[in-house]
Design a protein around this ligand. Structure first.
Ligand code: MTE
Ligand code: MO
Length: 254
């Protein structure tokens, strides 16, 4: 193998086996003129696909302690007046459960202790709300990928849906993301803000941090994580509260 072909093969290999498939199918065609044109087009497609996947996998900027906003405002639901939530609050959320369900091999119901016992990630990031404000906070919790690996995501699961304890104006709050964001290292189930248990206004006792997405994706008051093949049967079918009721984009990547 020459030096010039080595890196190319390596690059193709990065997209989960697709590179190998492509090389296998096209190595004969590539000997003809038309074939090499096709090969160039495929190479180009592959490079673009890889670049956008790479940018989705890249980390969001992280900040220093001194950058933390003195006050992290609450937005949308900031308190829940159901008897269930009020009772949970009085009990310091000791009996809160987070379900992992849907297309998983092992559905789980996790306690707060279970969640605190998992490997933790702490990140200082900037939250951007479409309403035009931002705040920097330090969030701590297990990576969503850790929960997904423990539950065993089944073949064909394409989305993660987040269920919440609150209803906002038009009804129950829910949101969803795809598997690229689900396995992103900065996608965590946060239980601490700036080293303290989450304030109620910021989603106590558990909320999503999905740092490559806008604020409305970061579901607060988290009760369940649901693996699904399609968003068709979730709410009105657009993938979330804001998408279903207000026409927001489902993909809110930043
Ligand atoms: N359950 C739930 N999650 C939610 C919301 C909500 O109303 N309910 N609002 C969203 C919006 S629009 C934003 S900007 C952030 C606000 O998070 P904060 O209250 O910690 O500032 O939460 C998001 N997650
Ligand atoms: Mo928001």
């Amino acid at each position: 193998m020459t030096n010039s072909t080595g890196p190319q093969i390596k690059r193709r290999g990065l997209l989960a086996g697709m590179g190998a498939l492509f090389l296998g199918a096209c190595s004969k065609v590539a000997e003809t003129k038309i074939g090499s044109g096709l090969l160039d087009a495929a190479e180009d497609w592959h490079r673009k696909a890889h670049r956008s996947l790479a940018s989705r996998m890249a980390l969001a900027r992280e900040f220093e302690k001194e950058d933390i906003s003195p006050y992290f405002r609450g937005n949308g639901t900031t308190e829940i007046d159901t008897p269930e939530y009020q009772a949970a609050m009085e009990n310091q959320f000791a009996d809160w459960r987070l379900e992992v369900r849907g297309m998983v091999d092992t559905p789980m119901s996790l306690s707060m202790d279970n969640i605190r016992a998992l490997p933790q990630r702490t990140q200082i990031t900037r939250h951007d709300c479409v309403e035009g404000w931002s705040a920097i906070g330090e969030w701590t919790g297990p990576q969503l990928s850790t929960l997904l690996e423990a539950a065993g995501v089944q073949q064909g699961a394409n989305f993660v849906v987040f269920r919440c304890a609150d209803s906002f104006r038009q009804g129950p709050y829910y949101e969803s993301i795809d598997m690229v964001d689900a396995y992103h290292p900065q996608t965590i189930v946060a239980h601490l803000l700036n080293g303290e248990p989450l304030p109620v206004k910021n989603g106590a006792p558990l909320r999503m941090r999905i740092e490559k997405q806008l604020g409305y994706k970061h579901a607060k008051y988290l009760t369940a994580i649901e693996l699904v093949a399609s968003l068709e049967d979730i709410g009105e079918g657009q993938g979330g509260y804001w998408e279903d009721h207000h026409g927001y984009q489902w993909y809110a990547g930043i």
